[in-house]
Design a protein around this ligand. Structure first.
Ligand code: AMP
Ligand code: ZN
Length: 475
């Protein structure tokens, strides 16, 4: 079966043809490790994991690189606030990210490099860019010379003229062109710094991915992924740097996941409308989050609503009860059906169509319903097929946990929490978050509506001076 991927370089769905037969070189931009990740970040991580799993299930030998940005302004600022060493602070959050990824049932990547461990390769690549006439040095700072790379804009479909119009008049007159971007910057006192031919400093953001991709995958990749916000300028700059340094194409296929939205806005730290992966997992378990993230095609926006959550809670329970019960199924009759015998093929067809996880899940639910309805009369062939199908869902999608009972126990705990108090605290907290997002977006009507909705359950909201909102039950 041919795998088709929507390639943002051409804006078309294309048959995927890796450079080397049977092997895939895949890179995905990973998180900046300064704080706990939110469920929007989780979408990018789980989509990367979906690509990895599906490629493997199609028989490819995949080398998957996902980086950690552990040298960055946000990390330095946060470490300063906490009076910590920035590299140590980042290392702490690499560990926290790993905990979150494990809770989401992610398969380990082949390599997970960090910026702090890639300095020689980063410096070498900047040297190559300068040598090839595409970079220049001004007072210990190195810039990429965008007009010297005529293909700039080929991914984001922006041209230099329109970019120039979009940029406010720059005060930075060290740059030759307003679109030029930093490859290396001199470090300020107290910031982490590395020796380089241009003096002590640290890399700009974009160069790390070019250098890490080259270190582990070579000059040309088969597939590159990231959130849609990274397409410009990050990925455009990665292409410019890599192609300027290596004199050959950087990557043949580019795929971007859409946002997870919350209260009609992108979930993001700067808007303050985030739910941390850690908090979500503590309440419902990681399998529920993974399920939600895969229940929508990666190129479609995912609107976070109560309905989405409740449906996932219900489906995850159903799938895991089935996974346990199906272990005991035995051949007691002659029942067979196409929904059972063809389910893997149908799921593969969906997944081969630009990783359509939502479509694959649809077939699995039909399969589940029929298998369950006929469990007393299944043929030997159906029972065998059933076990292979469960294994496929586990491997290619990760939608069945390796420990189904643990998932059911987590769900039961959540049910009990809700029923023992008679108040669904999680529901209230979610609405409080949504109200905060609505207020941030100046959507006062929605904010008011949410207050009324909560009040109708005899819950009183109190907005505190520090910006938080507390709630209490009215008798
Ligand atoms: P950051 O740490 O902000 O650089 O983000 C890490 C990854 O998460 C990037 O690939 C982002 O595109 C992605 N990301 C951040 N917020 C969201 C969101 N609300 N929905 C989907 N992906 C997101
Ligand atoms: Zn990147």
């Amino acid at each position: 079966m041919e795998l088709k991927i929507h390639n943002n370089l051409t804006r078309k769905k294309e048959v995927f043809k890796p450079i080397e037969n049977g092997k895939v070189k895949f890179y995905s931009c990973g998180p900046t490790t300064y704080d706990f990740l939110h469920i929007g970040n989780a979408r990018a991580l789980v989509v990367g994991d979906l690509f990895h799993r599906v490629l493997k299930s199609f028989g490819y030998d995949v080398t998957f690189v996902r980086n950690y940005t552990d040298v960055d302004d946000k990390i330095i600022d946060r470490a300063k606030e906490l009076n910590r060493d920035p590299i140590e602070h980042a290392a702490l959050f690499v560990k926290e990210c790993e905990t979150d990824m494990n809770s989401l049932g992610m398969m380990p990547a082949t390599h997970t490099p960090k910026v702090s461990e890639t300095m020689p390769e980063i410096i070498k690549m900047i040297e190559d860019i300068i040598k090839n006439g595409k970079g220049y040095v001004v007072d210990g700072e190195v810039f990429f010379n965008v007009p010297a790379f005529p293909a700039y804009g080929k991914l984001s479909k922006k041209d230099l003229d329109s970019l120039q119009h979009g940029i406010r008049v720059e005060v930075d007159n060290r740059k030759k062109h307003p679109s030029d971007f930093v490859l290396w910057k001199p470090a300020k006192a107290g910031e982490p710094a590395w020796e380089s031919p241009w003096g002590k400093g640290r890399p700009g953001w974009h160069i790390e991915c070019s250098a890490m991709a080259k270190k582990f995958l070579g000059n040309t990749l088969d597939l590159h992924h990231g959130g849609v916000d990274l397409m410009f300028p990050h990925h455009e700059n990665e292409i410019a740097q890599s192609e300027a340094a290596n004199n050959c194409p950087f990557c043949h296929n580019w795929a971007h996941n859409e946002f997870l939205n919350f209260g009609s806005e992108k979930m993001s730290k700067s808007l303050g409308n985030v739910i941390k992966i850690r908090d979500f997992v503590q309440k419902y378990g990681g399998q529920v989050l993974r399920h939600i993230l895969l229940s929508v095609h990666y190129r479609a926006r995912l609107e976070w609503t109560d309905e989405v959550l409740n449906r996932a809670l219900d489906e995850v329970k159903k799938i895991h009860e089935f996974a346990i019960e199906a272990k005991e199924y035995s051949a007691k009759g002659t029942f067979s059906s196409k929904e059972i015998s063809d389910c893997i093929e149908k799921m593969k067809e969906e997944l081969s169509n630009d990783f359509n996880s939502a479509g694959a899940m649809g077939h699995f639910f039909t399969f589940l319903k029929i298998s369950r309805a006929h469990k007393e009369e299944l043929s030997l062939e159906s029972v065998t097929q059933l076990q292979s199908t469960l294994k496929f869902v586990q491997d290619a999608l990760g939608l069945i946990s390796v420990d189904p009972q643990k998932v059911l126990d987590e769900l039961k705990r959540y049910d009990q929490d809700t029923s023992s108090t008679g108040v669904d605290a999680a529901w209230i907290e979610r609405l409080i978050e949504e109200r905060k997002a609505a207020k941030a977006a100046k959507n006062w009507a929605r904010a008011d509506e949410i207050r009324k909705e909560i009040a109708s359950k005899n819950i009183l909201l109190k907005d505190n001076p520090d910006g938080t909102t507390s709630w209490s039950v009215q008798n």
